[in-house]
Design a protein around this ligand. Structure first.
Ligand code: AHM
Ligand code: MG
Length: 334
C-alpha cells in the first residue's frame, strides 16, 4: 500500500539531514502552507461570494488590485510574522518591504530569515476560473539583529534557502525545494493536509512545447522572432513543430512545463524593455525550483540566480524550462 507522506513530515525529514538545523525554516514552510490553505478556500469560494471586482486601488505597478490579491497578501503576512523567525517580508503587493515588528521577535534570540512572495500570481485570470497561484522564496538575513533592512531583501537568487509555489487549480498543489530536489504535494481538502504526490521532480531535458505571449511578436527583437518561427516550422529530425501552450498564469505555465517539459519565455520587448515579470517575486523562486529539477533559467544571457537585484520590484526577461530548449533560445539571441 502507498504510504501517506504529509508535507510537514517531509519537511521535518529533510531537516533531520542537517543536525545543526534549528527548525525555524520548517516552521516557516508550515506557516506558508497554512496561509495557502486559507487562500485556497477563499479562491474556491470566490465565485460564490461577492468578493470579486476591483477595489478601486492600484498596486505599485499601476495595475488594478482585486480583493483576493489583498486577502492573499494579508493572510500570508498574518500567518508568517508571528513565528518569530522573520526579520522582513517583501511582497509584490507592497511598495516597500515590511520589517517585522520587534514584538514578534522578542521570544527568539535571532529572527534569521527573510521571505518574499507574490501572493496571487495570475490574478487577472480569477474571474475566468483559470488556475492562479502563490509564489514564495526564503533567504537568510544579512544584518545581524533587529528588524530587517533593504539589504536583507535585495539578495541574489542563489542565496535562496527555500522556494516554492502553490497552484489553486483543479486541485490545490504545493511544490517546494530546500535545495534537496523538488517535491510536489496535493491538498486533500477533506483532511486539510498536503500529501506527497511526486518526490524529486525532474524536468525533461528537451521538450516539444513553448509558452510565450505571441501577441507581442512584433515587439520582440529579431533573434527571438526567428527562434519562435523555427519552433513552428516543420522539421521532423528536430521534433518540430512544437506545440504552443500559454495559460497566462506563470505558475500554471511553469508547472505544466516542469512536469512535461517545455520552455516558458517572457522576453524584453519594445513595451517592456526589462520584461514584465519581477526578479524577486517570480523569476528567482521559479529559477531555483527549475535548476533543482535539472532545468535552466536565464534572462537570455545571464543566469537568473546570479543577478544582483537593485530594487524590490525590478523586472527581468525570463527564459525558463527544459535545458536544451533554453540553450537553443539563447543561441538565437546572441
Ligand atoms: P501578475 O503578477 O500581475 O499576475 O502578472 C504576472 C502574470 C504572469 O502570471 C503571466 O505569466 C504573465 O503575467 C502574463 O502576461 P501577459 O498577459 O502579458 O502575457
Ligand atoms: Mg505575479
Amino acid at each position: 500500500m502507498k504510504k501517506f507522506i504529509t508535507l510537514y513530515r517531509h519537511i521535518i525529514e529533510q531537516e533531520r539531514k542537517y543536525p545543526e538545523a534549528t527548525g525555524q525554516l520548517s516552521d516557516l514552510l508550515a506557516d506558508i502552507a497554512l496561509a495557502c490553505k486559507i487562500i485556497s478556500l477563499e479562491v474556491n469560494r470566490a465565485g460564490l461570494i461577492d468578493i470579486l471586482g476591483f477595489t478601486g486601488e492600484e498596486n505599485v505597478h499601476g495595475e488594478k488590485v482585486k480583493k483576493l490579491d489583498e486577502f492573499a497578501h494579508e493572510t500570508l503576512i498574518r500567518a508568517m510574522e508571528v513565528s518569530g523567525h522573520l526579520c522582513a517580508i517583501a511582497s509584490e503587493e507592497s511598495e516597500d518591504f515590511i520589517p517585522v515588528n520587534e514584538k514578534y521577535m522578542g521570544n527568539r534570540p535571532m529572527s534569521k530569515y527573510v521571505v518574499h512572495f507574490d501572493p496571487l500570481d495570475g490574478s487577472s485570470n480569477i474571474d475566468a476560473n483559470i488556475s492562479i497561484g502563490t509564489i514564495f522564496s526564503i533567504y537568510k538575513r544579512i544584518s545581524k539583529s533587529g528588524p530587517g533592512t533593504l539589504e536583507d531583501c535585495l539578495q541574489k537568487g542563489s542565496n535562496q534557502v527555500a522556494a516554492g509555489y502553490v497552484i489553486y487549480g483543479s486541485s490545490t498543489i504545493l511544490v517546494y525545494s530546500t535545495g534537496e530536489g523538488v517535491h510536489g504535494f496535493t491538498l486533500d481538502p477533506s483532511v486539510g493536509e498536503f500529501l506527497l504526490f511526486y518526490e524529486n521532480i525532474k524536468i525533461p531535458k528537451k521538450s516539444k512545447t513553448f509558452s510565450i505571449n505571441e501577441g507581442n511578436y512584433h515587439k520582440w527583437d529579431e533573434g527571438l522572432r526567428k527562434y519562435i518561427d523555427s519552433l513552428k516550422a516543420e522539421n521532423k529530425s528536430e521534433g518540430k513543430p512544437y506545440s504552443a501552450r500559454y495559460v497566462g498564469s506563470l505558475v500554471a505555465d511553469f508547472h505544466r512545463n516542469l512536469l512535461y517539459g517545455g520552455i516558458f519565455i517572457y522576453p524584453a520587448d519594445t513595451k517592456n524593455p526589462n520584461g514584465k515579470l519581477r526578479l524577486l517575486y517570480e523569476a528567482n523562486p521559479l529559477a531555483f525550483i527549475c535548476e533543482q529539477a535539472g532545468g535552466r533559467a536565464t534572462d537570455g544571457r545571464r543566469r537568473i540566480l546570479d543577478i544582483e537585484p537593485e530594487n524590490l520590484h525590478q523586472r527581468t526577461p525570463l527564459f525558463i524550462g527544459s535545458e536544451d530548449d533554453v540553450r537553443e533560445a539563447e543561441s538565437y539571441l546572441s
